[in-house]
Ligand binder design. Sequence first.
Ligand SMILES: CC(C)(COP(=O)(O)OP(=O)(O)OC[C@H]1O[C@@H](n2cnc3c(N)ncnc32)[C@H](O)[C@@H]1OP(=O)(O)O)[C@@H](O)C(=O)NCCC(=O)NCCS
Length: 196
Amino acid sequence: MSVSHDRDVIQGPIQGGPPATMVERVTEFAGPDLHDLCDAAEAAISDGGGFGWLKSPPRHVMETYWKGVLLVPERDLFVARLDRTVAGSAQLVRPPRYNEAQATVGQLTTSFIAPWARGHGLARMVVQEVEDAARAAGLRVLNLDVRETQEAAIKLYETMGYRRWGTHPHYALIEGKWRTGLYFCKDLGDEAPAVA
Ligand SMILES: CC(C)(COP(=O)(O)OP(=O)(O)OC[C@H]1O[C@@H](n2cnc3c(N)ncnc32)[C@H](O)[C@@H]1OP(=O)(O)O)[C@@H](O)C(=O)NCCC(=O)NCCS
């Protein structure tokens, strides 16, 4: 049986044990990661929680989108892996350079975990990783917004210290009906390093 290099260096789950979970920042796509990310996003979109997309775009559009994310200087892409396979992601959006007044305010966006990978703590790990990266980048506040129907996400953010400060009744138009959105923020604390 041939064994890939990856399997030599990355230990998988113990047989019968919990799956291996991991979160990392991605600066380029390697191996099957881009395809797995597209698969995960399509699964989340089909399930009704596709960070804006209501139905999956053609695969080449989805691939172009993710490649484009890596090219945006203010965006950091984080992926979650379940047993090495990319199963979800989130992005940290840092303010543009001209925005001095909000130089320490960032956004956590496009967060999702594929349905088949949920319930293993990956979303919590992703948010934690985004927060750590935000602090390291000198950010002091993270903002995010979510549809009011996304109950799992709301529970996650509330349990991680996000404070709900606003409600927008015309947040998203889905199948001809306005959906309400909720706005959250989190003070990342005073441990953020000074911005150069
Ligand atoms: C929200 C979402 C990211 C959670 O992913 P996940 O990996 O299953 O979440 P975790 O396993 O890390 O769970 C973390 C916490 O989220 C909350 N949570 C997760 N699933 C939940 C559910 N079905 N019902 C209620 N709360 C839930 C819980 O507080 C949980 O903590 P606990 O396990 O200690 O109770 C996932 O359900 C998803 O992608 N949903 C659709 C897209 C979406 O809503 N994205 C966020 C928009 S900003």
